[in-house]
Design a protein around this ligand. Structure first.
Ligand SMILES: Cc1cc2nc3c(=O)[nH]c(=O)nc-3n(C[C@H](O)[C@H](O)[C@H](O)COP(=O)(O)O)c2cc1C
Length: 175
């Protein structure tokens, strides 16, 4: 039985979760860019940073997956928004549903963790995206904000770290 942890991470928070999960489970962790043949694995744990609703690298990686009936698939998103907020979870799951094959979505166990952000490290495109988004939603009353926008407004232009490895426990139980 061959297992793999695959991660999609721009700024390292997802990679930190993946490496810690790897350490605790003894399953190798690699970046999605280095996956050679995904169909060789029976158990696939995919961790991806959330970028404008997408899970970094997930669609590209899982597209090549076939014959999933005997496989275990675990998907983990890492974002800034509150991963315990029901509406936020629904949002993320609906996005995932539209980004992968139906059979994979139905088979996958999905988890949500919180990452972090450091605006001083963002590339130009990401900084611009956040600025546009911030300007578009900053004047909406707090009670009308989505969890995603609220998290973005609260952390705008800052350095925040919400990484909490205890969130990995439930994923390890599932593995
Ligand atoms: C351009 C951009 C878009 C983002 N979109 C989302 C989002 O839709 N939902 C969310 O919860 N977090 C969003 N984030 C926050 C990232 O998901 C968060 O910083 C995460 O920890 C990044 O993972 P990484 O460090 O592994 O790249 C966004 C961040 C950037 C820079």
């Amino acid at each position: 039985m061959s297992n793999i942890i695959i991660y999609g991470s721009h700024y390292g928070t997802t990679k930190q979760y993946a490496k810690e999960l790897s350490r605790r489970t003894n399953i190798e962790a690699i970046s999605f860019e280095n996956v050679k043949e995904i169909n060789n694995y029976d158990k696939i744990i995919y961790l991806g940073g959330l970028y404008a609703g997408g899970v970094l690298g997930m669609t590209k990686t899982l597209k090549k997956l076939n014959k999933i009936s005997n496989k275990t698939i675990i998907l983990v998103t890492i974002g800034l928004s509150d991963p315990t907020d029901e509406k936020n979870i629904n949002n993320i799951r609906n996005n995932i549903k539209s980004q992968i094959q139906k059979e994979i979505f139905e088979k996958a166990k999905i988890f949500h963790l919180r990452g972090g952000i450091d605006y001083s490290k963002l590339n130009f495109v990401h900084k611009t995206m956040m600025k546009l988004l911030y300007n578009a939603v900053k004047n909406v009353p707090n009670e009308k904000q989505t969890a995603e926008n609220r998290a973005m407004i609260e952390t705008y232009n800052k350095k925040v770290d919400f990484i909490d490895f205890s969130g990995l426990d439930k994923i390890i139980n599932e593995i």
